[in-house]
Design a protein around this ligand. Structure first.
Ligand code: PRP
Length: 219
């Protein structure tokens, strides 16, 4: 059943949004306005399909979805875990694959092995805390950084870092290694809990179409 209500998508700015727009396009959902990179416009509308799209900072996507400002969000699993918002995670989109890892100089391996009270620099304090306290039962001091986290062990701020590893080249170029793997990551689709009840058919059919496409693309 079609509805007159707009379905609003919040997309995490950057690579994830570009990939998601590509995937939507394959399902016949396009938003021409959004392709204009020089535009400063923040919200885009597809009148025919009654869809709206906006680009937001990744960590804000779950917030927009929890409060219902967006019905659907596309964001990395890292952000979902770190933001811990009340949203439904409905689909693994399969792109943006990487890993959340504990990294550092090889010399830090012993500190991890012996459960020493170490310093951990990270952009993801919640994920780091959950890993060390709840899974490893190791007391650590967590230091929040906002980027270029690899600097932590290099300049002596921390013993290790908890960060995303994709190709591993940032670590390699800075003399660091993956010491422990926390979890695999990729882009996910999240849905507002009320929207899921109110717009079940539209959202479920969208999920089904995306699933088919993801499977077909994997072959
Ligand atoms: C991410 C991550 C690593 C890097 C990993 O940083 O924090 O630094 O990418 O990628 P690689 O394994 O392919 O080298 P991002 O570029 O998002 O910037 P940031 O360091 O400012 O967070």
């Amino acid at each position: 059943m079609s509805s007159e209500r707009y379905l609003t998508f919040a997309l995490g700015k950057g690579r994830l949004a570009d990939k998601m727009l590509g995937l939507l396009e394959q399902t016949g959902i396009t938003c021409e306005e959004m392709k204009d990179k020089s535009s400063r416009k923040l919200i885009f509308v597809n009148e025919e399909l009654k869809l709206k799209f906006f680009l937001a900072k990744g960590p804000d996507v779950p917030t927009y979805v929890e409060y219902g400002a967006a019905d659907i969000g596309v964001v990395g699993k890292d952000t979902i875990l770190e933001e811990n918002r009340r949203v439904y995670e409905v689909l693994n989109l399969g792109f943006g694959k990487c890993r959340m890892c504990v990294c550092g100089p090889i010399s830090a391996k012993d500190l991890l092995l012996h459960h020493e009270r170490i310093r951990v620099a990270t952009k993801y304090p919640l994920i780091a805390k959950d890993y060390f306290y709840n899974k490893k039962h190791q007391t650590v001091d967590i230091i929040k950084l906002n980027g270029s986290v690899e600097l932590g062990p290099i300049v002596g701020l921390s013993d290790v870092i908890v960060d995303i590893v994709e190709t591993g080249s940032t670590l390699k170029e800075n003399g660091l290694e993956v010491l422990e793997e926390i979890c695999p990551l990729s882009a996910r689709m999240i849905v507002n809990q009320v929207s899921m009840q109110m717009e079940t058919e539209r959202i479920k059919s969208l999920i089904a179409r995306m699933k088919c496409l993801i499977t077909a693309n994997e072959k």
